[in-house]
Design a binder for this molecule. Structure first.
Ligand code: SME
Length: 170
């Protein structure tokens, strides 16, 4: 990480403007010479810093045919998720971003935080290999929409480009 995100740039901006600033900054925040673990950690830190309505943001990474908890910001979370289970597990099978306006209506939703009410999960694919998901939760309903999908997918694309990652481990 070479420079810090200036919070003054972010305050008072709309969600879309915040994403645009973040996208501009991301190549400077996440660099190829950084260790992948540091990059994932800083990625969730900056998303957490910029979006106050996000209560949990983190990675689940493929390991031995399941998803394991990676760097995150927020409350304690479940450490393993099987493919096909919950929102993250569904995305591991469909490889498509899932927007969940009300987690209580999502069949099989895994409630790590009982206060979570909406969620978005974005697949992470590097060199045609599925390596994990980015998961964002909110205590409000209907927090995430197409704007989040479009920009989070772009942010993940920038992250992946600048990541030297040994995943999937197996
Ligand atoms: N709710 C997720 C589990 C992970 S937590 O939200 C951190 C799911 O159903 O996959």
């Amino acid at each position: 990480m070479s420079s810090e995100l200036n919070p003054g740039l972010i305050l008072g901006q709309s969600k879309e403007e915040r994403y645009k600033i973040l996208l501009e900054q991301m190549p400077h925040l996440i660099q190829q010479e950084d260790h992948w673990l540091s990059s994932l950690s800083n990625f969730v830190a900056v998303v957490n810093q910029v979006f106050s309505d996000v209560s949990w943001v983190g990675f689940y990474l493929v390991d031995n045919g399941k998803l394991v908890l990676g760097p995150f910001q927020g409350k304690l979370a479940c450490t393993q998720i099987q493919f096909g289970r919950g929102v993250c597990g569904k995305v591991a099978e469909t490889l498509l971003t899932e927007i969940v306006p009300d987690v209580h209506k999502f069949p099989g939703h895994i409630a790590c935080d009982s206060e979570s009410n909406s969620e978005i999960v974005v697949p992470i694919i590097k060199d045609f290999v599925f390596i994990g998901v980015l998961d964002l939760d909110s205590t409000s309903f209907n927090t995430f929409d197409e704007i989040d999908k479009v920009y989070l997918e772009q942010l993940v694309a920038v992250l992946i480009t600048n990541l030297t990652i040994p995943f999937p481990v197996k």
